[in-house]
Design a protein around this ligand. Structure first.
Ligand code: NAP
Length: 445
């Protein structure tokens, strides 16, 4: 069987892994990616200072080097190849394109210069080739980060660390220089609900509390738990652990470190203010109403921030020719089998990862998620094989598509160029090349 996987992030690579580890069908897998670099969110989402999480790339690398797997880079689904092209070359297509755009707050002033999506900021410090190095000038002394998830924590940590603390990471040198010039001194981290409802996980919170370059504050009265909360705490170990960490923070006295993080619960953004750029963020205190719904408690104040980072979740983007659910911003599916809004299955189409289940879970979650999709695909294999005969090589569709196609060897060339740059600069194991020109320059194209 020939299977195309669209996207070489963890979901796509774990899909290829599951396809090559089974013995029910002999499968050849092509993993297509719009970038010449594999690993998706591991390379462009996991924070550069989270070296341990990033090391999962070593496991993913073994999959790309499997003899039944090919990496085809530089090919964008919907631009260089269509679903119809792929259907002529493969028995099945697994879309593993993730959730690459930000959720919006829907408040006035959201589009003012200085009000930005965490997704953009993450892309920038991860050196994604689509972002310009000049995209971020961190010239505000006071900033706000909105959201109580792990991405918000990543953003706060990168803003709070000194450039020296980030030197050993793979952050592209011009971005590191921009971070070194950052004027940020005070970071407000704002959560619209309470400590028990926050989505942060304990290891990420601990990292934040262990920063040398920043004090962290939270007011102890914000951590008071009502009887409903007590009941909830009994069952929720993760929330209990978080609360313990937060209680320890509440007892700290700021030590005059270069930066300061103020974590505030029960507050929601109502407007980003400013004329030509952000000069403030209006926030309102919140509470739960009698039905347990979050509601405004009326107290409104304005934080004098010069930048606002919204980190309120990622959502998927529709794929040409594939059903899409606008409400969940995912591809409708049952156990990975794509179906349309009437429930009719689209034969040969499957999904894995965030485009399948939404932007939740950690990298490892994608392993079992991909395995479930592959089980469905293998169950359908006899029908899929019967439905497609006389497949033509994908190379035929790619010829004249305008794609600058790259392979795994090309990635190894980029990989080596990044290691060389790190050695030259006296930094860690890798310093990322920045932008398409540098990629193609390294490849001599
Ligand atoms: P997330 O965990 O879903 O957190 C989003 C946060 O935004 C929630 O606190 C949510 O609050 C809040 N929010 C949503 N809409 C809002 C609004 N209109 N106004 C104010 N707040 C709003 O998403 P994420 O942080 O983007 O992370 C995505 C996934 O990646 C998660 O599974 C995360 O654990 C994972 N991740 C893991 C790591 C790691 O393991 N180190 C690092 C980064 C990301 P409500 O709960 O009230 O909706």
């Amino acid at each position: 069987m020939r299977v195309a996987v669209i996207g070489s992030g963890p979901a796509g690579i774990y899909t290829a892994d599951a396809l090559t580890r089974q013995s029910r069908e002999a499968v050849a897998v092509d993993i297509l990616d719009r970038l010449p670099t594999p690993y998706g969110l591991v390379r462009y989402g996991v924070a550069p200072d989270h070296l341990k999480i990033k090391s999962v790339a070593r496991t993913l690398r073994a999959v790309l080097e499997h003899p039944q797997v090919r990496f085809i880079g530089g090919v964008e689904y919907g631009r260089h190849v269509t679903r119809a092209d792929l259907a002529r070359s493969y028995h099945a297509i697994v879309y593993a394109t993730g959730a690459s755009v930000d959720r919006r707050m829907g408040i006035p002033g959201e589009d003012l210069p200085g009000s930005v999506a965490a997704t953009d900021f993450v892309n920038w410090y991860c050196g994604h080739p689509d972002t310009e190095v000049e995209r971020f000038l961190l010239d505000a002394e006071e900033v706000a980060v909105i959201g109580a998830g792990n991405v918000a924590v990543d953003v706060v940590r990168i803003l709070a660390k000194s450039a020296d603390e980030l030197r050993h990471t793979d952050i592209p040198q011009p971005v590191l220089d921009a971070l070194a010039a950052s004027k940020v001194r005070r970071i407000h981290l704002l959560a619209r609900r309470g400590p028990l409802q926050a989505k942060f996980t304990a290891p990420e919170l601990r990292d934040l509390g262990a920063l040398d370059n920043a004090d962290i504050t939270v007011r102890s009265e914000q951590l008071d738990i009502d009887p409903n909360g007590e009941e909830m705490l009994g069952a929720a170990r993760a929330a209990r652990t978080n609360l313990k960490i937060l209680q320890e923070w509440a007892e700290r006295t700021p030590e005059g470190r270069p930066r300061r993080i103020d974590l505030r619960f029960w507050v929601r953004p109502v407007a980003v203010t400013g004329e030509e750029r952000v000069t403030g963020l209006r926030v309102e205190e919140t509470e739960f109403d009698a039905e347990g719904r979050l509601t405004g408690a009326g107290n409104v104040d304005t934080l004098g921030v010069g930048m606002v980072f919204r980190s309120i979740g990622y959502v998927g983007v529709p794929l040409a020719g594939v059903p899409f659910d606008e409400a969940t911003r995912t591809v409708p599916n049952t156990e990975g089998r794509v179906h349309d809004s009437t429930g009719a299955v689209v034969p040969g189409d499957y999904v894995a990862g965030w485009i399948k289940r939404g932007a939740t879970g950690v990298i490892g979650t994608n392993k079992s998620d991909a395995a479930a999709t592959v089980r469905s695909l293998l169950d359908d294999a006899p029908q899929l094989r019967a439905a497609s005969s006389g497949l033509i090589p994908i190379e035929q569709a790619l010829e004249g598509s305008g794609a600058t196609v790259t392979d795994y060897g090309d990635w190894l060339t980029i990989d080596a160029a990044e290691a060389e740059r790190a050695a030259l600069l006296g930094r860690g194991e890798r310093v990322k090349l920045l932008g398409w020109e540098e990629f193609y320059g390294a490849l001599g194209r």
